[in-house]
Write a protein that binds this ligand. Structure first.
Ligand SMILES: Cc1cc2nc3c(=O)[nH]c(=O)nc-3n(C[C@H](O)[C@H](O)[C@H](O)COP(=O)(O)OP(=O)(O)OC[C@H]3O[C@@H](n4cnc5c(N)ncnc54)[C@H](O)[C@@H]3O)c2cc1C
Length: 514
């Protein structure tokens, strides 16, 4: 077991990064009796899902508002272990409210089998013509039968070109798909991988109960303190303010890490649970020549966010959450009133937070300008919001929320075991067949722990498979797997041939300036 000397600590597993992925891997391994050391360079745990206490108000502030989906089984497994799953507040009044100018469009789900649960809302939407709505039939059918191989086939194409190719009208792309792409995939549709977008769309039309949840308090408080306690309870260590400067490599094998203070930690297994931009500087230079996955890390581009928190002196809205329909000139996408979310805050004035996604358009804006613009956007649907009623604000500028799912990125996501002895990868960007998110981060953490157990001769599944799709979507996707060339599949195969003839449309050279 663990031994310590002045300059070197020895352990079974060293984990670089105390975000969701690293902490999950740590919990998975310490529960199997391994000695674990987690190293986090920041002063607090949680990484891109961290939160802290605002000094002026004493209220919890997240790095930025986050939503949970009902289909986050890996995250729920973690929260169940930590005893905090009940600290999620679910949106149970409607699916989502869209703000279109001064109008509120309430989007509902109906008790119909997937994919028909959204059909009544879609067909009743006054903003689109029936012809535009019906132009989605082919792409919906395609999504229902697709599998992970299709995701990879479509990965090189941009989502706009794919949808047009599948017959979706420009009007419907502008009205629905551009918004969905920015809100969910976090990049403009013209530079989004068609495979990544379609994978999400399949889930969206595949589960007939799909809801959003929000943390009932600080986001990091849901997992960070309890995860630290859980790892330490079993004799493991969680160190804050401890930066790893490089992986220690002997011959072909990773044997631990070197810290920024010059000390080392020797480990039988090393889990790199840091974002790709960090990872690509931790390995030795020769890996660039030796490992394709390592070279490819340069293609993971950060999607920056600005998150805004506004404390008003009166109640502005009765909504928990709403989103603006997409316009390229907007700043914010999604808004949350924490006074309507957190238990015991109902009587408080509004505390509204919002996300500015893919926020290059805020470059050069001061915090005050961002706040004024945000208040004006809120006031379009909630006229009570004004600068006169604003008591306090916080603006968080976040260099990366997730990596941009540009065309070609899905294929580049590295696998848990990258083929370097002693090294296992975790993090939201690692290949999990999930979009980069809290769920993919946690799933990758379970998978990293599984891999290490397997390497030690102990096979055990820790990650949770996502359940089968519901309703007609489920039936079609299961049938497509069983009879990939039969019946209705021929129609789809016809579409696939059309797609094969589509020239590979990759992202423009500099998508940031789009
Ligand atoms: C504003 C915002 C909104 C988001 N919204 C959502 C949402 O609604 N739903 C959703 O599911 N996801 C959302 N996400 C994404 C989600 O937060 C991330 O996918 C997830 O938290 C990533 O976890 P991770 O462990 O893979 O990486 P990280 O959280 O980045 O963890 C990596 C850790 O490694 C540490 N580290 C880096 N370098 C070193 C080093 N050299 N030595 C030691 N430690 C190091 C970092 O400090 C960090 O703590 C959002 C993210 C942001 C920022």
């Amino acid at each position: 077991m663990a031994k310590a000397t002045a300059k070197t600590r020895q352990t079974d597993v060293v984990i670089v990064g105390g975000g969701l992925a690293g902490l999950t891997a740590g919990i998975g391994l310490q529960r199997e009796g391994l000695d674990v050391v987690v190293l986090e360079k920041d002063k607090r745990l949680g990484g891109r899902a961290q939160s802290w206490t605002d000094e002026t108000t004493g209220d919890p502030v997240h790095i930025g508002p986050h939503i949970f989906l009902t289909e986050y089984p890996n995250m729920f497994k973690l929260l169940d272990l930590l005893g905090t799953r009940g600290d999620i507040v679910w949106e149970d009044e409607h699916f989502i409210v869209l703000a279109d100018g001064s109008e509120r469009l309430v989007q509902e789900q109906y008790p119909l089998p997937a994919p028909f649960h959204f059909a009544p809302t879609m067909m009743a939407d006054p903003r689109a013509r029936t012809r535009d709505k019906l132009s989605n039939l082919a792409v919906t059918l395609y999504a229902m039968q697709m599998d992970e191989r299709d995701v990879m086939r479509l990965d090189g194409m941009n989502a706009y070109a794919f949808l047009r190719r599948m017959g979706v009208t420009k009007a419907y792309i502008d009205q629905f798909w551009s918004f969905a792409c920015m809100a969910i995939m976090n990049v403009p549709i013209e530079v989004c991988s068609a495979g990544a977008l379609m994978r999400f769309f399949q889930k969206f039309i595949g589960y007939d109960t799909f809801s959003f949840g929000f943390p009932d308090g600080g986001l990091g408080d849901l997992f960070a303190p309890a995860a630290k306690q859980e790892i330490e309870r079993a004799g493991g260590e969680v160190r804050l303010r401890t930066e790893v400067s490089r992986l220690r490599v002997e011959g072909e094998r990773v044997v631990g890490v070197e810290l920024a203070d010059g000390t080392t930690i020797e480990a039988k297994h090393t889990v790199a649970a840091v974002p790709p931009q960090v990872l690509r500087n931790l390995g030795p230079r020769q890996w660039m020549g030796e490992y394709e996955w390592y070279r490819e890390l340069v293609h993971f581009h950060p999607c920056p966010y600005v998150s805004v928190f506004l404390w008003f002196d009166e109640k502005i809205t009765d909504l928990r959450m709403w989103a603006r329909t997409h316009s390229p000139d907007d700043l914010n996408c999604d808004f949350y009133d924490l006074s309507n979310i957190h238990t015991g805050w109902r009587e408080r004035p509004s505390v509204i937070c919002s996300n500015i996604i893919y926020c290059h358009r805020t470059d050069g804006m001061t915090d005050e300008e961002i706040v004024r613009h945000t208040v004006a956007e809120i006031a379009e649907t909630h006229p009570a919001a004004s600068m006169d009623h604003l008591e306090h604000y916080v603006v968080n500028r976040i260099p990366m929320a997730i990596h941009c799912p540009y065309p070609g990125t899905e294929k580049r996501r590295p696998v848990t075991d990258p083929g370097v002895e002693g090294l296992v990868l975790a993090g939201d960007f690692v290949r999990t067949e999930l979009p980069s998110s809290m769920e993919s981060a946690v799933c990758s953490g379970w998978m990293a722990a599984e891999k290490i157990l397997e390497q030690r001769g102990h096979k055990k599944q820790l990650h949770v498979e996502h359940r089968d799709l519901d309703g007609l979507t489920g039936l079609i996707s299961r049938t497509a797997k069983l009879f990939p060339t039969k019946g209705a599949q021929r129609i789809i195969h016809g579409m696939r041939r059309t797609l094969d003839e589509t020239p590979l449309l990759t992202r423009p050279a500099d998508p940031v300036n789009k």
